[in-house]
Design a protein around this ligand. Structure first.
Ligand code: GLA
Length: 726
């Protein structure tokens, strides 16, 4: 619900459990007055205390009123160079050379439904409302529109910003954040999700300290190193208690998320495109739209915050052609063969897989151009018929005969110098004049900011996807961007290339979705290097990590679960010992770790023993019978990562079914007796556990389930709970 109170000048956004408010002050500055648990309609500007503060300037129109300072008061969208020395959200380069921005309220409009952003990902759907508050910078001749989308039932507030040059001179835009959120407190922890290739999104939590603390990426992708999702929460917030604010940016390129604890112990969070090498030219009449950010506040801890994100993402961000249907169980040949395969080898793996219940065969890297290792072939998107005689037209019908549908790997944004594409168009790769470009995995990056480059690559992909029935595409991206310079833009516009690159990727993904509406696209960037809300809008699942070790995956998937729902996490059972870290784990633990995600296998199943094959058959049955719990159930983290085991639970919406998954670490002699307390059940119901004994929901939650002693390394268990008819 969006309420404008003309007398008080307040805009109040109510969701089911939260309230967000801003207010136009007497000098036209838009102040942020409150965001938190739902409160009644009232003017909350009493929370904005005023006092003269030395060295904090006062806007000119405040005259003798020295208590009004942009540097001290909470702003809705912070400006730059005009008296607020904290994190700025907006920075112009004015025709006179000044790098300032100053904003005053100009008006608002309300729209039914949720706004959309052309060419950019955004939450969508029924039941939402839109508020657009317009601010103006008179000296710049610019209007700044602040967009708010309110999904009341989901406690979700989305934000976006559009800057319009209404003046007669060209403006430079050097910073344009998507989100600015001021708090009148700073006794909070900042949680970020950090890591590296094969160890993505590991939770890191620390109290806010004075000054700015930030995470971000200047790698051209959202990155393995930091995720564009952060949390600010009470110092003692836990899974089930405490006030938490989660903020996600729906963007797949350079980003920055910065929190500043200022001199008066207030805090500001700013999130948006990273200002590194960002400068957008706005000619008169032109506009720039910053990507969407999304906020969820929960006063019931981090668990509830995550569940709200999961629901909102599943129901209002993902555009899965199979929405509400089970995803196919897949087999991917990468870890089984790498580049070394023949049709017969692929069919042998496929045949074994089909016999065990697998439904989709994914042909990974190496099927195109001259690609026998990672030094050549990228860009040449036609089938290598010496490897696959007769091409896909010969392979795919044989897969169909086995009862398997077909999926394929591509890496559209990249090119090897040893490729026909590069030989024909060397200027299509990003490179700085006079510098030899850095290689990453032996490859260069195509200039996806250029239409002709995108058109060429997409035309080739389209032909491949039209040549045989393709159910699934894995869209990969295996290096960071460097040497970012486009031959298509003049010197003064090179600051646009990073963002135009991302817009170009989104544009091709959208074309692919439009031309092949039934295609399931899986995002990938050396695993989870571009796991963000932007990609999820186009690719409803993302390969979570190149690390398929079940034990490492527990931490990666745990961190990922703070924002992203289980159904978005591509997770496969792979061979043991693991290819990335050499660890040996039982098949059961590998399957339990993978089953909560978009489930599949990535190993040569013909090497499995008869016993293992029987186990795999039963794992696939378990997944197929319970996929709705794994993918659509409410997710509860039952432990963190500090104990002897990691456990989590998914509960159906009607609370009549649940599944508990547990994977333990290394073996322990003389272990203590342990119980595991469950969550999210109906206290009054009685549940049968794994078809055997029954217990009350209250007992399972408050007293817990006794755990059997575990023998050996990496033991695991899965408990299926079903309410008993009474
Ligand atoms: C990336 C992906 C892997 C695999 C390889 C192929 O690393 O994350 O899953 O597809 O590329 O080269």
């Amino acid at each position: 619900m969006i309420r404008y109170d003309e007398v008080c000048g307040t805009f109040t956004l109510h969701t089911r459990h939260t309230t967000y408010q801003m207010k136009v002050s007497e000098y036209g500055v838009l102040l942020h007055t409150y965001y938190g648990p739902r409160v009644r309609d009232c003017d909350l500007s009493c929370l904005v205390q005023r006092k003269e503060r030395s060295f904090s300037p006062n806007p000119h129109e405040a005259g003798g009123d020295r208590s009004f300072s942009l540097d001290v008061m909470p702003q809705e969208y912070s400006t730059c160079g005009v008296g607020d020395f904290r994190l700025s959200s907006l920075e112009f380069e004015l025709p006179c050379g000044s790098r300032t921005a100053d904003l005053r309220y100009a008006g608002f409009r309300q729209e039914a439904g949720k706004y959309a952003l052309e060419g950019l990902p955004a939450f969508y759907g029924e039941g939402a409302e839109t508020l657009v508050v317009t601010l103006e910078d008179a000296a710049a001749g610019a209007a700044v529109e602040l967009y708010y989308g309110v999904f009341a039932e989901y406690d979700l507030i989305t934000r976006a910003v559009r800057v319009v040059n209404r003046g007669s001179e060209t403006l430079g835009l050097c910073r344009c954040a998507s989100l600015c959120l001021d708090f009148t407190r700073s006794d909070m922890d900042l949680i970020t999700f950090d890591g590296k290739h094969t160890t993505e999104r590991c939770l890191s939590r620390a109290p806010l300290r004075p000054g700015v603390q930030s995470v971000g990426s200047i790698r051209g992708a959202s990155s393995h190193q930091h995720n564009p999702f952060v949390v600010l929460c009470d110092r003692d917030a836990g899974e089930d208690r405490g006030l938490c604010y989660g903020a996600m940016l729906l963007y797949s390129g350079n980003f920055e998320a910065a929190a500043e604890r200022d001199q008066f112990e207030s805090c500001r969070l700013v999130m948006g495109i990273h200002p590194y090498h960002f400068r957008w030219t706005l000619a008169p009449g032109e506009s720039f739209t910053a990507p969407e950010a999304a906020l969820i506040c929960s006063s019931d801890g981090l668990g509830e915050m995550s569940r709200r994100f999961h629901r909102a993402i599943r129901e209002h961000l993902l555009r899965d052609p199979g929405q509400g249907r089970r995803k196919p169980v897949l087999i991917n040949n990468w870890e089984a063969t790498y580049f070394d395969f023949t049709t017969e080898k692929l069919l042998a793996i496929a045949g074994e897989a089909a016999a065990l219940g697998v439904e989709l065969f994914v042909l990974d890297d190496g099927w195109f151009g001259v690609r026998n290792d990672d030094n050549s072939g990228l860009g040449d998107w036609y089938v290598n018929t010496s490897k696959l005689p007769g091409g896909l037209e010969a392979l795919v019908p044989r897969l169909h005969d086995l009862g398997l549908s077909f999926g394929i790997w591509v890496e559209p944004e990249m090119v090897n110098e040893d490729s026909d594409l590069y030989r024909a168009h060397p200027d299509w790769a990003l490179r700085v004049p006079g510098r030899a470009p850095a290689r990453g995995r032996g490859q260069l990056v195509l200039d996806f900011s250029r239409r002709e480059v995108r058109d060429h690559v997409y035309a080739r992909l389209r032909e491949v996807l039209s040549s045989v029935p393709v159910r699934y595409v894995k869209w990969d991206m295996n290096r960071s961007l460097s040497d970012v310079w486009s031959a298509a833009l003049p010197a003064g516009r090179q600051g646009e290339v990073y963002h135009r690159f991302v817009l170009g990727v989104y544009e091709v993904l959208e074309r692919m979705r439009r031309d092949f509406p039934e295609l399931l696209i899986e995002g990938c960037c050396g695993g989870g290097g571009r796991f963000d809300g932007g990609m999820l809008y186009y690719a409803p699942q993302i390969w979570c990590s190149d690390n398929t070790d079940a034990i490492d995956r527990l931490a990666i998937q745990y961190g990922t679960s703070f924002c992203y729902p289980a159904c978005t996490m591509g997770s496969h059972v792979s061979a043991s010992p693991n290819e990335q870290n050499g660890r040996a784990t039982p098949l059961a633990a590998r399957a339990i770790a993978a089953m909560s995600g978009a489930f599949g296998y990535e190993m040569d199943l013909s090497r499995c023993t008869a016993e293992e094959k029987e186990e795999i058959r039963s794992q696939i049955r378990t997944y197929r019978d319970n996929w709705d719990l794994f993918h659509l159930g409410d997710y509860y983290r039952l432990t963190d990562l500090s104990g002897p085991f990691v456990a989590w639970e998914q509960v159906s919406r009607d609370k009549r079914r649940a599944v508990v998954s547990l994977v333990a670490g290394g073996a322990q002699a003389a272990p203590p007796f342990r119980t595991l307390r469950l969550k999210g059940l109906d206290q009054a119901l009685t549940y049968r556990v794994n078809g055997g004994d029954a217990a009350g929901g209250d007992v399972l939650m408050h007293a817990g389930v006794p755990l059997p002693p575990l023998w050996g390394d990496y033991q695991s268990l899965q408990l299926f709970l079903e309410a008993v008819e009474e």
